[in-house]
Ligand binder design. Structure first.
Ligand SMILES: *Cc1c(COP(=O)(O)O)cnc(C)c1O
Length: 430
């Protein structure tokens, strides 16, 4: 079978395939830029692995206390060098992104301190960590207060209010790089540079932490290069390269990383304990693949943006905007549109392709939510996945794609399902 026959065999009609091909013709320059970023990031990771003499013995792992775990200790040096930090904590004991962020916050704030976000409310799962929604063990319970400045229209920084809100108790500034699932824009490294230098001009010694989830390897610099003290993220997103089965990292200032290590285990033990079990090879190999895997996910997002723009939908970011993460949103304008899109993503998956995603009442949400994912690693969002609440404008958020051909197939399948349900004007495909 040739490629066209193969796509047809997989359920993509020639019209949808040809439309995708036409859209791709216009993206050559954009894809070349993405490849160029992946190239320099690949060299950065490789250089860090060579400098730290990664060897087969790093992959054996440890059990019990995990004393003298050379694989674990070397991986932390590799991460630190690749991300441009003094130090790094990378552990399978950090269970997810929220845990990594909570760890970084709780270990670097003390009773009486104030946590401050200059970019609006942080990621939803931090509500309970901070105590915006009351919860056992929150920062609020420990006497850490919270303040924020909302973004101005157009996702601009409100410098005047930032100056007003920062005070003698402001101890740590949290900046979320990615939009997450909010309506705002994702910040580029240049934008973060402006914000961080302003914050330093107001309060030079304040600790600055960037929630780097979904942002790793999108640009050729990470936020540490423009003055952040620490960056924090999840290994089942970009830096795990799809292979890491669990884990998170905290990278940057040595003292802040040490504080996190003592909080993760116990005062006095810190990073000396923590067996790496059997996951070390996947963490190394995943980090090695992460620059090109992230590039695949970014190409998928750009391709989708260009396709759905052409079909008349509102997308964000647009296909020509500079990106800061791998998340794309499309307003599908109807319940049927949202369901068909998610059905397509699910049908294109390597795992669980035979199930049909159903809307469900997710705890904490007013509206039903639909999710599509067929992932090798549960909940992994560097793998192609999509979700959205069933309410106008029926906005789907999607991200990931371990390989570009798979990402492309997923988007074609989403368009195919919508085509079959007559959800857009078929004339637009010509
Ligand atoms: C995913 C994400 C988190 C939380 O990570 P989990 O692994 O889902 O707990 C926090 N912040 C941002 C910006 C994220 O994208």
């Amino acid at each position: 079978m040739n490629t066209i026959e193969m796509y047809e065999h997989m359920g993509i009609s020639p019209e949808v395939l040809a439309f995708g091909g036409k859209i791709l013709d216009g993206l050559a320059d954009r894809f070349a830029e993405i490849d160029a970023t992946a190239e320099v990031n690949q060299l950065k990771v490789l250089a860090a692995m060579q400098k730290n003499r990664v060897a087969a013995e790093c992959f054996t792992g440890s059990t019990g206390y995990g004393y003298d775990d050379i694989g674990r200790d070397t991986l932390e040096k590799v991460y630190a060098d690749a991300f441009g930090g003094e130090d790094c904590l990378v552990r399978p004991q950090i269970t997810c992104g929220t845990h990594a962020l909570a760890l970084a916050l709780m270990s670097n704030l003390r009773p009486g301190d104030e946590l401050y976000s200059p970019v609006g409310k942080p990621y939803d799962t931090l509500d309970e960590v901070i105590g915006i929604r009351p919860q056992k063990g929150s920062l609020a319970e420990y006497g850490v207060t919270y303040a924020q400045t909302d973004l101005l229209p157009g996702s601009k920084f409100d410098y005047e209010d930032i100056k007003k809100k920062m005070n003698e108790r402001t101890a740590l500034v949290e900046i979320q790089r990615s939009r997450g699932y909010a309506g705002r824009k994702t910040f580029t490294i240049d934008e973060l540079a402006d914000l961080i230098s302003f914050i330093r001009s107001v309060k030079p010694d304040v600790k600055i932490m960037v929630d780097n989830c979904y942002g790793e390897f999108i640009e050729d610099r990470e936020p540490l290069a423009v003055g952040a003290d620490i960056i924090v993220g999840s290994l089942i997103k970009n830096p795990g390269g799809g292979l890491a089965p669990i884990g998170g990292y905290i990278c940057g200032n040595h003292d802040m990383v040490e504080n996190a290590a003592y909080r993760l285990t116990a005062p006095g033990l810190g990073r000396e304990v923590g067996a790496s079990l059997d996951v070390m090879r996947t963490l190394y190999q995943g980090f090695f693949l992460a620059p090109t895997v992230t590039a695949a996910a970014e190409k998928t997002a750009v391709f989708a943006a260009a396709c759905f723009e052409r079909l008349g939908y509102h997308v964000s970011p647009s296909s020509t905007e500079k990106r800061g993460d791998i998340i794309e949103s499309v307003d599908l304008n109807s319940k049927e549109g949202l369901l068909a899109f998610c059905e397509g993503i699910q049908a294109a998956a390597p795992v669980d392709s035979f199930v049909t995603p159903e809307p469900w009442d997710m705890p904490g949400y007013d509206d039903q939510v639909i999710m599509a994912a067929g992932a090798f690693v549960q909940g992994s969002s560097i793998e192609l996945s999509a979700d959205g609440p069933l309410r106008p404008p029926y906005r789907v958020f999607f991200q990931g794609g371990l390989t570009w051909p798979h990402g492309k197939f997923g988007i074609l399948m989403a368009m195919q399902k919508m085509y079959e349900a007559n959800l857009y004007d078929k004339g637009l495909l010509c």
